[in-house]
Design a protein around this ligand. Structure first.
Ligand code: VAH
Length: 320
């Protein structure tokens, strides 16, 4: 057990709950924080409510608890960000700047910042998108995350803060539902398939997007944070890839396990967001610098998702 204290903001989210659980296996103290009340998925993890926009409160926790690493996950995602742009900009920018400034003056050793493929836009090559290319995001979420990447690089170059970041694709998991994202369909489809054997998808059937299964995302994040500093050559955010798929392709694999599953399509405002994003990502720099390699492809992800959701369903249906 590493004798360190890790603070996680946004710990009640889809990624946060799973990072808390995994980091607790390796670190003596993991302090989960969120604006919301603790969620069941956090189990018996140490938790306290914390608003990343309240600089003094954030400073006091980091100082008093002698925090050594911060995983700053608190953010407003793409879909919600387009509906509430002012809130998205405030949370995603002021929250990050509070974390960076406090960590740079409080002796925090390392900071993790989640970026996203949403930093790319319609001028970016859509397939095998390279690490360094045109980045003209079409969403407030993407704009704020691109600015965030550059703030992280500034703090590394000017304040010697060891900030590391990944451009996450859509994340798929069964333990905590996603919220406010454009890729959320890739989570919702599984819950709907198990519960109702049908799903009405808010994206077109052939909308190919980069995706990743949560076990890969959590492992890759910790591998990045554990890598020797001298191996890190990208101080904005690494391209980070699992596999790419469309709603129709996920549906075909689900139907192998649930033959009666039916999918329909009713694209909404999120289609325009998805159409501005790449279809596949070149993450060779992450593979070269710190040995990144995904373990889950589409088929293996679907099998694991359904196995765990059906297991949970059986457990709950047999209970009195
Ligand atoms: C979203 N799940 O949909 C996030 C993610 C690449 C997409 O950043 O907004």
């Amino acid at each position: 057990m590493k004798n360190e204290t890790i603070l996680i903001t946004g710990a009640c989210g889809q990624l946060g709950t799973e990072l808390v659980t995994t980091l607790r296996k390796y670190y003596k103290r993991v302090l989960a924080t969120d604006l919301k009340d603790a969620v069941e998925a956090l189990g018996d993890a140490e938790f306290r409510k914390l608003d990343v926009l309240h600089r003094q409160g954030l400073y006091e926790v980091i100082q008093k608890e002698k925090v050594t690493q911060v995983y700053h996950l608190a953010a407003i995602l793409s879909a919600t960000g387009e509906q509430q742009p002012e809130l998205a900009w405030r949370v995603n920018m002021k929250g990050l700047r509070n974390v960076l400034e406090i960590c740079s003056t409080s002796g925090v050793k390392k900071v993790f910042f989640p970026s996203t493929i949403a930093v790319f836009g319609s001028t970016t090559p859509r397939t095998h998108t390279p690490q360094h290319t045109s980045t003209e995001p079409a969403t407030i979420y993407g704009i704020s995350k691109l600015a965030g990447e550059l703030w992280c690089q500034w703090y590394f170059l000017n304040k010697n803060l060891d900030v590391r970041s990944l451009r996450y694709p859509g994340l798929i998991s069964y333990k905590t539902k996603a919220g406010g994202g454009t890729t959320d369909y890739a989570v919702d489809i599984f819950f709907a398939a198990v519960k109702d054997k049908k799903y009405n998808c808010f994206l077109e059937k052939d909308t190919v997007l980069p995706m990743m299964y949560m076990p890969d995302a959590v492992r890759g994040t910790i591998e990045l944070m554990e890598a020797p500093a001298e191996r890190i050559s990208v101080r904005t955010a690494y391209n980070f890839a699992g596999f790419s798929c469309s709603p129709a392709q996920i549906a075909v694999v689900i139907t192998r396990f649930i033959p009666e599953f039916q999918i329909t399509y009713a694209p909404d405002f999120r289609q325009k967001i998805a159409d501005s994003w790449p279809q596949s990502i070149d993450d060779q720099p992450a593979r070269n610098d710190w040995g990144w390699l995904p373990e889950y492809d589409l088929d293996k992800m679907v099998e694991d998702m359904l196995f765990n959701l059906l297991k949970t369903k059986e457990k709950h249906t047999v209970l009195p």
